[in-house]
Design a protein around this ligand. Sequence first.
Ligand SMILES: Nc1ncnc2c1ncn2[C@@H]1O[C@H](COP(=O)(O)OP(=O)(O)OP(=O)(O)O)[C@@H](O)[C@H]1O
Ligand SMILES: [Mg+2]
Length: 309
Amino acid sequence: MIITVTMNPAVDKTVSVGTLARGGLNRVRHVEYDAGGKGINVSRTIRELGSSSIATGFLGGNNGRAIAAALLEKEMETDFVWVDGETRTNTKICEENGALTELNEPGPFVSGEKQRELLQKLERYAKEDTLFVLSGSVPAGVKPDIYGNIIRMVHQKGASVLLDADGELFKNALAAGPDMMKPNRMELAQYAGRDDRISDEELLKIAGAVQKQNAGKIALSMGADGAMFFLGDYRVKCPALPVKVQSTVGAGDAMAAALACAWSAKCDVEETVRLCMAASAGAVTTTGTKPPSRELVENLLKQVVIEKL
Ligand SMILES: Nc1ncnc2c1ncn2[C@@H]1O[C@H](COP(=O)(O)OP(=O)(O)OP(=O)(O)O)[C@@H](O)[C@H]1O
Ligand SMILES: [Mg+2]
């Protein structure tokens, strides 16, 4: 069973305008609402890839109800903790020339009591055949050690964890030894106190050290430069697939979803790498954070090129 955890979901509101007039009146040409938040994106992609998950985390207010209804409509299972306040709306303003302006709200404050409720829920799901996907930022009131605490708690029950987070959350969680992780180049560089000018050789060294330290499996995504995989002794690099780019937002979430599906289907390392590359390339061909179709992913699987590191 795969359980995705989204602590700070959002309604993603994408508005299209001609040219954004700062301080002036802007007429919106098109508006679209999507159930968002990284774990929810992962769940949506898992569903599209033909597997299933339960989406959990915190929801509140009308936006929370809209997200729950949208997931239900897609026949996805959910089990959220309901909190006071309103789940945030993240507004993305797309201009004709491709410029993207984002307005991300902080989200509701989540009390200690509600956090305990979520942790108890997760503990009940934790079994040897459970994979938890911990994705994205946390709302106000939640400390950055929460992912580390969850990892330690569910490990005691024999469950596994896939981590996709950055900054303090990543650092704290890493110390607890997640079973799998999907950092991007920037997230791994930051962890090592570096910036995005980091070379591939240096990234390789850092990933190797991280893997040695906590024995986890690492999928290191590098945007248009592809990805490197550290799955036990199997260490490979794949160039990005040549696809028509619509939106790269959520490509990493699609890769996390592929890792989770591969875990659930007990894929071997090569199948895992192929699925990660195909699902993430498929995701960049869709608008916003829409998951790629299974048909497209199946076609892309054959195109993946794997090079030994
Ligand atoms: N321009 C691109 N062309 C082809 N594939 C791409 C492109 N950008 C991303 N990808 C694919 O998606 C994967 C994940 O991308 P990226 O490293 O940008 O993830 P991310 O920063 O975690 O994204 P997000 O957090 O928004 O989901 C890459 O490893 C690659 O396989
Ligand atoms: Mg990411």
